[in-house]
Write a protein of this length. Structure first.
Length: 322
């Protein structure tokens, strides 16, 4: 019996030493970034933009795998359920939180299922009007919507997306009722706006800018705390009387819950190095985004605030869980 116990103790010690050794050597093989969106969008572009810089910082190969579907929910869930060893990373965003919060039985807890490593890019949403809207300002839009509840149409790229939740937040803050028209994707929604199927929509400022510059749509207000340098004459929502309706689409890196702190620290330091590269920041800004950096501690606080914010909007707007 004593010999048996001794063998168990020795085996446990060997396992502990093996795990400790593996962590001490992290990273020592290929690291994968999961982009939970189809190729071509901001999520995919940023994943591929970050990969070579992260590879240089960690001195290990970094590859990107697209795993889109359900507005980012499928890819985000797959990372949350992967081994917490630092070799599977998620290109995360507000969609990671929103899509899980809209599930009756989510595959991961949006507050505790993933650990944020960094937030490195952001872009404010902007309220844009199509040619069918008579109102020229946000106060005029609010007045028209209140005078004709449900008559105006507000579009989005699908139920549960950041753009949809921006619509709902705006209506909550202004006490208006507009008819939400969800499209199958962003391009379809923009086309609907241009054709007059919807009167207004929220969009990422970066993707809305070309049509605004071309005069095809009108910028009504930026959903940010300050005016944007790309549209200095466009007011913020707060400036036109709509308080606490700011929405920023942000992008970061997250890992599964349970990832060892040493690995989190290593990845956090690597992304700090990446974010400080002038060339990387320039590439991010060329995508119409703001290059920022929140490390693990700051990103965790930001993430928790986002969970509370969006779960509150979902509840207040009475959006049915799926």
């Amino acid at each position: 019996m004593a010999a048996c116990k001794a063998r168990v103790v020795v085996a446990a010690l060997m396992l502990a030493l093996s795990v400790t050794g593996a962590l001490a050597q992290y990273p020592n093989r290929v690291i994968k970034i999961i982009s939970p969106a189809p190729p071509g969008g901001s999520t995919d572009v940023l994943s591929r933009l970050a990969a070579p810089y992260l590879q240089a910082a960690l001195k290990q190969p970094v590859v990107v795998e697209d795993r889109g579907g359900a507005g980012g929910y499928i890819g985000s869930g797959s990372v949350a359920q992967s081994a917490p060893d630092g070799y599977t990373l998620l290109l995360s965003g507000a969609f990671t939180i929103i899509t899980a919060s809209l599930q009756k039985h989510p595959s991961y807890n949006p507050r505790t299922g993933l650990v944020p490593i960094a937030v490195f890019a952001s872009v404010p949403n902007i309220l844009v009007a199509g040619p069918s809207l008579k109102a020229r300002t946000v106060p005029e839009l609010i007045a028209e919507a209140k005078a004709n509840p449900g008559k105006l149409n507000i579009g989005s790229n699908g139920v549960g997306t950041t753009l949809h939740l921006s619509d709902e937040l705006f209506m909550l803050r202004t006490g208006t009722v507009m008819t939400h028209v969800p499209y199958r994707g962003w391009a379809d929604c923009v086309l609907g706006l241009l054709k007059g199927e919807v009167d207004v929509m929220f969009d990422n400022l970066s993707s809305a800018l070309p049509n605004i510059k071309a005069g095809k749509t009108r910028a009504l207000a930026v959903a940010a705390t300050a005016r944007n340098k790309a549209l200095p004459d466009t007011p913020t929502l707060a400036e036109v009387g709509v308080k606490n309706a700011e929405v920023t689409s942000w992008f970061g890196i997250a890992v599964p819950a349970g990832t060892p702190q040493t690995v989190i620290d290593t990845l956090g330091a690597a992304f700090k190095t990446v974010s400080e590269q002038p060339e990387f920041r320039r590439h991010v800004e060329e995508q119409g985004l703001d290059a920022i950096y929140y490390g693990p501690h700051e990103a965790a606080g930001f993430w928790n605030n986002e969970v509370g914010k969006w779960q509150g909007v979902i509840k207040a707007a009475r959006i049915p869980l799926q």
